[in-house]
Design a binder for this molecule. Structure first.
Ligand code: NAD
Length: 497
């Protein structure tokens, strides 16, 4: 049985842990490892290593820092298949999907490789007579990154490359459900030449999270997870004087207008609804069919679902893997009974879907409900599984009202051939990331990722320009080099003449 321990100060931690947790292969149901669950003393050790590494790392030249990033990018590229296999083994998503996750992670490393240009400040010559004003960006210090189970490689790498590139040192607390990817990535950073202590991986649960949120040395926290925990992390971290960005859960609506290409829309709904077994924060979980397309669209979605191959993500041809744990599978399955009881129409019942995998895996096939109403738990809750709900809307205005009335605001999409309608939608919709005929509009690495409303707490989005902003403090210098014209004592407020 593999022991999965912390990575502190450039090596695997060799201490004795008080608590540990089981790690599963969701496709077989077998326990494959034991992950250390940090106590406060282990949090302190990780933070102390990051604190020791900070002064030298912040003073490392931009050229040297970017060389480490380039080297890390090469190593990640070289080992992307191994990393994808690690993700599949503990998360369950199919290999191809895991490879896509790793590719999107690499995008963020490539963005951070441009750090010398990204950290440029401003300069105003002669802002006042013979006085220059310039701004510089400096790192925060030790920052914490706390990530969810559903993207064990990509989400940590939304944050870590930018944080490190800006000169910070990091304690990463990955999900305890699939912890191995973080250790593998930490090893690659070390091989890329990152000095010991600049990146530390601390495994654990609430104890580790609370330890980071309240630690006086930690200056900033980037969190991704469910909305209740995101809200808690934001409130606790900020009340302890930290800068916090906390990305939460989602209920993403895909609006289909009557003029849309319904085959394209049905392909998109199935792909975005059931990819990664619906365990994506950008998954489509609600299709809003604007009259009169409902019946035809539901038929087309149903027809595509029967062909989906569900099974062990390592087996060729499987398109959808298991859910992450037995408990999560059971919770998701409970929504099927609740939906039927509430009066929604169960079009496809995933419990009967054929599976190409071990009988003990955490399986649930793709499920489709039609005529879901806003008050039903199918609609109100983030289910985070392969359950797609269709809500019928009488008009475009009713569809937008529904999206805007939802407390979440992570992603949304509109399917239409009407450019004017799409333009109106992008203007009116209260959601942070919008797709036009694109069902999963995850921004590229040089934009930033983030939702609105209950999908994000804090002021800055993740990665891209917002990431650089989050991981730096600006300082403005007003300077004058003495020349013969200095004017002597003046107690008035400085004026710019
Ligand atoms: P989660 O909230 O259960 O866990 C996230 C992290 O918080 C983990 O590291 C976990 O150890 C820790 N944690 C869990 N409970 C805690 C508690 N009570 N106190 C302190 N820390 C705690 O989320 P998850 O189940 O791992 O991930 C799925 C959720 O993440 C979904 O809601 C999904 O929408 C969301 N998500 C959001 C985004 C986004 O960008 N908005 C991206 C990916 C996932």
């Amino acid at each position: 049985m593999a022991r999965i321990s912390h990575w502190i100060d450039g090596k695997t931690w060799s201490g004795v842990t008080q608590r540990s947790g089981d790690v599963y292969d969701p496709a077989t149901g077998a326990v494959t490892g034991q992950v250390d669950l940090a106590a406060q003393s282990e949090v302190d050790e990780a933070v102390a290593a990051a604190e020791r590494a900070f002064p030298a790392w912040r003073d490392t030249s931009l050229a040297a820092r970017s060389r480490v990033l380039f080297a890390f990018r090469e190593l990640l590229n070289e080992h992307k298949d191994e990393l994808a296999a690690i993700v599949t083994a503990e998360h369950g998503k199919v290999l191809d999907d895991a490879a896509g996750e790793v590719q999107r992670a690499i995008e963020n490393v490539e963005f951070a490789c441009g750090i010398p240009a990204l950290l440029k400040g401003g300069f105003s010559e002669n802002a006042s007579t013979r006085v220059d004003v310039y701004s510089i960006r400096q790192p925060l210090g030790v920052v914490g990154v706390i990530s969810p189970f559903n993207f064990p490689a990509m989400v940590p790498l939304w944050f870590v490359p930018n944080a490190i590139a800006c000169g910070n040192t990091v304690v990463l607390k990955p999900s305890e459900k699939d912890p191995s990817a973080a250790n593998f990535v930490a090893g690659l950073w070390a091989r890329a030449g990152l000095p010991d202590g600049v990146l530390n991986v601390l495994h654990g649960d609430k104890v580790a999270v609370d330890g980071l949120l309240t630690h006086p040395t930690v200056r900033g926290i980037s969190f991704v997870g469910s909305t209740p925990v995101a809200r808690y992390v934001y409130e606790t971290g900020t009340s302890h004087g930290k800068r916090v960005q906390a990305l939460g859960g989602a209920k993403n609506h895909m609006v289909v207008l009557p003029d849309a290409d319904l085959d394209l829309a049905a392909d998109a709904a199935v792909s975005a609804g059931f990819g990664s077994a619906g365990e994506r924060c950008m998954a489509v979980s609600v299709v809003v069919a604007v009259d009169p397309v409902g019946d035809e669209l539901v038929d087309k979605v149903r027809a595509r679902m029967g062909d989906l191959r569900v099974g062990d993500g390592r087996r060729p041809g499987c398109q959808m893997g298991p859910l992450v744990s037995a408990a999560h599978r059971d919770k998701v399955a409970s929504y099927l009974d609740a939906g039927v009881r509430a009066g929604a129409s169960l079009v496809v019942d995933g419990r009967g879907h054929e599976v190409d995998g071990d009988a003990d895996g955490f399986w649930l096939g793709p499920t489709l409900f039609d005529r879901v109403e806003p008050g039903m738990s199918l609609y109100t809750d983030e289910i985070f599984g392969p359950v797609l709900s269709v809500v019928r809307a009488p008009s475009y205005d009713a569809a937008v009202e529904l999206v805007n009335g939802n407390p979440y605001g992570n992603g949304t999409a509109i399917f239409t051939n009407d450019g004017g309608a799409a333009r109106r939608f992008q203007h009116e919709v209260e959601v942070g990331m919008v797709g036009v005929n694109v069902p999963i509009p995850v921004p590229v690495g040089y934009y930033s990722f983030g939702g609105w409303k209950d999908s994000l707490f804090g002021d800055t989005h993740a990665y891209g320009p917002d990431g650089i902003h989050f991981y730096t403090r600006t300082k403005v210098v007003t300077g004058r080099w003495l020349d013969p014209s200095h004017g002597g004592v003046n107690l008035g407020f400085p004026r710019n003449d």
